[in-house]
Ligand binder design. Structure first.
Ligand code: ADP
Ligand code: ZN
Ligand code: ZN
Length: 752
């Protein structure tokens, strides 16, 4: 009798290879299909790594001696059911290495092999010493915290709401043994849900449509800013909770504010788990584990929260679905909104995509009937939409980019007790440092190439230069390095320069700058808003200001310096600019104070501005969709971008030429087959893929790397994926691939 076939584990490892790896089970164990989804520690080369069992089988003939896995890390599969299946789908769809995709699904701590963490809540209590010391403590945060804890221990989530900045205070108390951190059972203290406003008829209709959706249903909640979309989410989530199901809410990177979380917590009456890049690995793993165990009922998070396990899923919400932060732009490039749709289908739950400025993709899907289209066309409550006025500044003198008329309006508003937002989407002091004597300008040494000078942005009132592409910094030169002249001058206007002018001109009023430079920390923004309070004053900022913040006192939004966006080569530039303008304008008049938006431009007759301001976002979208269709761009085409980079100039192009040949050879082979045989439906699908490039990337060098790209496009998805399925394995094997870092980006958002 032949010996029984040895069974092996097929394991996905976090390495950039598009395949699984065979191992024998750990000594003393048998491989079984029950192991699929378990983490296992394995030897890999000279080191050890953590993999996930994707299957079991018999070893391939000639596989040689297999190594044995070292140890199981989980008793039961960590990845199972829908999440595992969806993740596999994502790996196939993106043609990415399965092990890298599965590693992305797991939070970092679990990826490294740490055990699934306990999911009790953490709370803080006062020690006996703390209770005694309280009476003698100086005023300040530590004392405020001690007072809060003197009645009973408080959960950290509760402290987030009660005392912003409590963590530093807690550290200070703990350092003196006055307070300590204790584990408490989850959801011990849950406030009673607070009632919200009565939904208006539009909202009621939307809520009903979501509740009435049996199983999978994509719904586009297309509602102007302030129309009460969040209220609709809250009702739909409450309904989902009442049915005993879990809800997942995705928000843009910038949209996850303490404001939003406390609104959710107050209204829902269940613990709301937040997950975002500001948490440490342990905290993120805990949220994931709590959802995995079904303990977390509502998870609110940014992009990677789309990988939250939902064993009892009932609803997915994507807020600001058009937002660019849903697309992961490096490493494994996935789109959280698109993947959420895939998951909702697999989970058979409704998914609500909310936005005041829906992506053209989603609008197209709504218009073609694939998504239900729910519209909220009025602002909720008593807030009024602000009128938008275009200010033609051709031939007008400008001061730090602001016209006299604009400055006059700002002055008026401040005098009347209003708050003013000045929007300029360019941070720093000035975009360029130029020698007025010889024309030299300061370029980034890591991002410039002989053909292309990439200016460094001037910061700190001219004292420092910084590259916004790679982060490189240096002090500004005192004299021109080329001609030794002293004629160096900052050119152009950034938010710092506007702040400087406004502070000098309106000295009596607070002027706060809000951009990535001034708000590195997550709660910094909240602190800035709190600092302003209800006083008259000015906020100067970049697109950070465009999103989600409820600024009740705003009476004027001044938009300056958007003109360069009107003439960008990127096919998505118009869409992004239109969304940005509408979102910024939407900040005004959120409360009862009437607002106005003034848009200053040198191109008042530009069709984008004309359509947007006279017809609104939907008129713009209509026109833009027509142009996309005519030009064969998404959503009327499907794209895949192959990118390559290297420290040397030639290897990226050489690699992409080889990749192009692989695609072309495959097409030729297909063509030959078709001529020798009548086409059958399946195969007939596999052409119609257009190749453009290779060409240097629009940013041909970045952070010391030369970059190039090859674009594949097709009117339908199937041929594109057939081409990639055939060619990507060959691309991995190309000798040229070893000399570059390359990546494949399915449905790229940026073409650079
Ligand atoms: P969006 O998410 O569309 O920007 P929100 O849900 O945040 O809108 O609502 C905007 C403001 O209007 C909030 O202050 C909210 O409390 C209020 N609001 C929402 N719906 C109603 C309603 N039906 N009646 C009164 N006020 C409402
Ligand atoms: Zn010079
Ligand atoms: Zn640079």
């Amino acid at each position: 009798m032949p010996p029984a076939p040895v069974s092996v584990l097929r394991i996905a490892l976090p390495v950039p290879l598009p395949r699984l790896f065979d191992y024998l089970p750990p000594p003393g164990h048998e491989a079984s299909t029950n192991d699929i989804g378990r983490r296992v520690r394995v030897p890999f080369g000279q080191r050890e790594t953590v993999g996930i069992v994707e299957g079991v089988g018999t070893p391939d003939a000639g596989a040689g001696t297999l190594r044995a896995a070292l140890a199981w890390l989980d008793d039961a599969p960590l990845l199972a059911g829908e999440l595992h299946a969806s993740a596999r789908w994502l790996a196939r769809y993106t043609h990415a290495p399965p092990g890298e995709v599965l590693a992305t699904v797991l939070p970092a701590a679990l990826r490294r092999g740490e055990p699934l963490p306990d999911t009790h809540e953490w709370a803080w209590r006062l020690t006996e010493a703390g209770a005694t010391a309280l009476a003698g403590m100086r005023a300040g945060r530590p004392r405020q915290l001690a007072e809060l804890l003197s009645a009973h221990p408080r959960e950290e989530t509760a402290l987030d709401d009660l005392l912003p900045g409590w963590r530093a205070a807690a550290r200070s108390l703990a350092g003196r043994d006055l307070a300590g951190r204790i584990a408490v059972p989850a959801s011990q203290f849950v406030p009673d849900p607070q009632p919200g406003p009565e939904p208006n008829p539009e909202q009621a209709e939307a809520i009903e449509a979501i509740q009435a959706s049996p199983g999978f249903a994509p719904l586009l909640l297309d509602g102007v800013t302030g129309s009460g979309k969040t209220e609709v989410y809250l009702h739909a989530i409450a309904d989902c909770l009442a049915r005993g199901r879990q809800a997942l809410v995705l928000v843009p990177e910038i949209g996850l504010t303490p404001q939003l979380l406390s609104r959710f917590r107050a209204r829902l009456g269940v613990p709301v788990h937040a997950t975002h890049s500001g948490l440490n690995d342990g905290e993120r793993a805990r949220v994931w584990a709590a959802a995995w165990r079904g303990e977390a009922r509502v998870v609110v998070g940014t992009r990677s929260a789309v990988f939250t396990p939902l064993p009892q899923a009932g609803l997915i919400v994507i807020d600001e679905e058009h937002d660019g932060s849903y697309k992961q732009q490096d490493g494994f490039r996935y789109h959280a909104r698109d993947f959420a749709l895939v998951r909702a289908r697999a989970l058979e739950v409704p998914i609500v995509l909310g936005s005041a400025t829906p992506s053209l993709e989603s609008l197209h899907n709504a218009r073609s009937g694939r998504y239900a289209h729910l519209r909220l066309i009025r602002r909720a409550g008593r807030a009024k939409p602000p009128p938008v006025r275009v200010l033609d500044v051709r031939k007008r003198p400008l001061e730090a980019g602001l016209s006299q008329e604009m400055l006059g309006r700002i002055e008026q508003d401040l005098a009347a007790g209003g708050q003013v937002l000045v929007f300029r989407n360019r941070r720093g002091y000035a975009p360029v440092l130029l020698c007025h004597d010889c024309g030299w300008s300061a370029g980034c040494p890591r991002c410039s190439s002989p053909e292309q000078n990439r200016p460094m942005t001037v910061h700190a009132h001219g004292r420092r230069l910084q590259c916004h592409h790679c982060g490189h910094r240096r002090p500004s030169p005192l004299a021109c390095p080329d001609c030794a002249g002293l004629g160096l001058q900052p050119q152009g206007i950034g938010t710092e320069r506007i702040e400087e002018l406004l502070a000098a001109r309106f000295g009596g009023y607070p002027v706060l700058r809000i951009d990535r430079g001034s708000t590195r920390r997550r709660d910094a923004l909240q602190k800035l808003f709190a600092e302003l309070g209800e006083r008259p004053g000015i906020l100067v900022g970049t697109q950070m200001l465009a999103k989600g913040h409820d600024l009740a006192g705003l009476s004027l939004v001044a938009v300056v310096g958007i003109d360069e966006g009107l003439f960008s080569a990127d096919f998505r530039a118009s869409e992004k600019l239109a969304q940005l303008l509408i979102q910024v304008a939407g900040r005004a008049g959120r409360a009862e104070r009437a607002g106005e938006v003034i848009l200053q431009t040198h191109h008042p007759e530009h069709p984008l501005l004309d359509t947007l301001l006279n017809g609104g976002y939907h008129a713009f979208a209509e026109a833009e969709l027509e142009q996309r269709e005519a030009a064969g761009f998404p959503p009327f085409a499907h794209l895949a971008m192959l990118r390559a980079e290297s420290k040397l100039a030639d290897p990226p192009m050489a690699f992409l030429h080889a990749a192009r040949r692989a695609v072309a050879d495959w097409q030729k082979a297909l063509e030959g087959e078709r001529q020798s045989r009548p086409p059958d439906g399946e195969r007939g699908d596999a052409d119609g893929v257009e190749i453009s490039g290779p060409m240097p990337a629009p940013m041909a060098r970045r952070a010391g790397h030369y970059r190039a790209q090859l674009l594949l496009s097709a009117a339908r998805r199937a041929p594109l994926h057939a081409a990639l399925a055939a060619v990507v394995p060959q691309i991995y094997a190309l000798p040229e691939a070893r000399k570059v870092r390359w990546s494949l980006d399915l449905d790229p958002v940026d073409l650079y």
